[in-house]
Design a protein around this ligand. Sequence first.
Ligand code: OAD
Length: 254
Amino acid sequence: MENVLQAAKDLAASRHAVALTGAGISVESGIPPFRGKGGLWEKIDPMEYAHIEALRRNPEAVWRVLIQDMKTTLDTARPNDGHTGLAQLEKMGILKTIITQNVDGLHQLAGSRHTIEFHGSFAWMRCMNCSNRIETRYLDISVIPPRCACGGIWRPECVFFGEEIPPRCLIDSKHAAMSCDVMLVVGTSAEVQPAAYMPVIAKNRGATIIEINPEKTALTRSVSDYIIRGKAGEVMNGILSALNQIRSSAPVDG
Ligand code: OAD
């Protein structure tokens, strides 16, 4: 795959790499993306079912159309080579932080320790009335919408459209973007702000921006230094094997 060797060289020379990931990295784990062919937003209108006003107005409909299926898919999803490859890069001391737009928790399951969940997490539910919390996989959804003991309805701790990015996540992500010398942008269409602005921040500070995506995106021409056209898992495997070769052939310092 073109540019795989270049990415391995850039990562080998990097002192502080950061990744921004999106739904595409979890496609090989069986989780559909939002946009493009087979995407969730092709089937349902996000303004009708993924906006905070929709959740407040008609939680039952949002549960039936969106949240119920997400729980079924995410309860059993497992990390793929894309996730484990990034976890491996962190273990090697190259990758310092993952900023993820995903709510599926698969980076953490793969062993990544420094992950910023930019759009929150599906792993926990919060009662919309009393703010009590429960782990999503233990939530009984035999009755929709599921309710807390207080009578309030449970909602996932994800960021819905119209809601704020958790301020701490935004600050930490901007900091990560400003500090990196290489940013891997994996499996995101880069169409949703402010997440899509993180590569722009990194680029303005002189970082090399490497996209991994089968398709070109909003960043490809103007922001990315280059793109590796391919699936996240396959590309990460290629990068890691090239990187291991570079490292094993590098002269050892005196
Ligand atoms: P999108 O669904 O917008 O984009 C997914 C990207 O992954 C596309 O560019 C695909 O070409 C690419 N892709 C598909 N298969 C891939 C594979 N196997 N490997 C690598 N890339 C692949 O998802 P996001 O950019 O994550 O927000 O979407 C951003 C936000 O929009 C989401 O976090 C969500 C959504 O609305 C909220 O819900 C707030």
